[in-house]
Design a protein around this ligand. Structure first.
Ligand code: ZN
Length: 361
């Protein structure tokens, strides 16, 4: 999953070639707008959008009205941001095939009935590719408000759709042991294969976006090409493929402005992120969140926020330290860091950690 080395050479050659082309075009000419982004972010970036329910106002925080959803698609069209199957984007990240710049993928979690009833006819009629991440237990139990295996089969028959693993029970994997995590993955894989007649694509979405280091390792061992959390940000070639970001566009974040903000983001060049796993056990939280910025990012232009409040940063050269808040409370804590980029864009780093409730200890 994290095989970066084979295509680093290709990237460097591409960069050299584009530098040579700019030289050939004349040193006096300003480089075209996109080459500034390209130099800043690597050759490829893509944005993955996340949805749950459509026109189901009973659950406002995970709902997106079809009116808003249609508006999202119109915004993407007007900005020439192509919607591609997530599998194509992941392959391109791995150096297989090309995707257009600024590609976008649509993901929908949980297989709610409102997806089938309200969004599916529109997605189908407009040939819009999407990936549905399905937790299999509620479907297997025939729970109300969930799609049936027959409905999953009906949408899976469409070439623009892929149906992928979201665990079985939909419990958070953050604090599960190895056996329990393996059972989640294998059970869901078995049921999806049985229902759909073929093995699902090697994509995974962590329930609640939560993953501890054990879950991250197992997803990697199982050969998933990519796994997704629910922290926000765009995807670049250098990122850890076992925990990729997505932008939620539901509830208070379903407006066009939020989509435009998401589309303005670029990957956030950094290394040495600590804590390495995404889960923190209560009673033993990290003292600091730390990472090292890579060029062109500088600490002076960096801002980090949590819950709408700016976090205090300490920088030592390119190395940044943020004190982990002692009052962070379960079940999870989120942070977003932004750094301005050319053309009114933002390098964006989202991070989420699961916090174990005291009662679980
Ligand atoms: Zn889910």
């Amino acid at each position: 999953m994290a095989q970066h080395t084979p295509y680093m050479g290709r990237l460097n050659i591409k960069r050299l070639m584009s530098a040579a082309l700019i030289l050939a075009a004349g040193l006096m000419a300003a480089p075209p707008a996109h080459s500034a982004d390209q130099a800043a972010s690597g050759d490829l970036s893509a944005t993955v959008l996340m949805y749950h329910r459509f026109d189901d106002s009973r659950y406002p925080s995970t709902n997106t009205s079809m009116q808003d959803f249609r508006a999202h698609i119109e915004v993407l069209k007007s900005l020439n941001r192509p919607i591609l199957p997530l599998t194509d984007i992941v392959k391109a990240l791995d150096g297989e095939g090309e995707i257009p710049r600024g590609a976008v993928a649509i993901t929908i979690d949980d297989a709610y009935l409102s997806v089938f009833e309200n969004a599916w006819p529109y997605l189908r009629d407009n040939n819009i590719p999407f990936t549905l991440f399905v937790a299999t237990e509620p479907v297997a139990q025939g729970q109300p408000n969930y799609m049936t295996p027959g409905q999953l089969r009906e949408i899976a028959a469409h070439s623009e759709v892929s149906i992928a693993n979201h665990g079985h029970t939909h419990n958070s994997l953050a604090f599960m042991d190895v056996e329990a995590i393996e059972a989640e993955i294998q059970t869901a894989e078995g049921l999806l294969t049985q229902w759909l007649g073929s093995t699902p694509p090697r994509l995974f979405a962590f329930p609640y976006g939560e993953a501890g280091s054990t879950a991250l390792d197992i997803v990697d061992e199982y050969g998933f090409q990519a796994a997704f959390g629910q922290h926000s940000g765009s995807i670049g070639v250098d990122q850890n493929r076992s925990y990729l970001p997505r932008f939620p566009l539901s509830g208070n974040y379903a407006g066009e402005d939020r989509l435009r903000e998401a589309l303005s983001t670029l990957p956030f060049p950094h290394e040495n992120f600590s804590p390495a796993g995404a889960a923190v056990v209560s009673g033993n939280p990290p003292a600091f969140i730390e990472f090292t910025l890579k060029a062109p990012l500088t600490p002076e232009r960096l801002n980090c926020f949590s819950g709408g409040k700016r976090l205090a940063l300490k920088a030592d050269g390119q190395h940044v330290r943020i004190a982990f808040p002692s009052n962070a409370s379960p079940p999870r804590w989120r942070m977003n860091c932004t750094h301005p980029a050319p053309n009114s864009r933002w390098h964006w780093l989202g991070w989420q950690t699961a916090l174990e409730a005291k009662s679980r200890e």
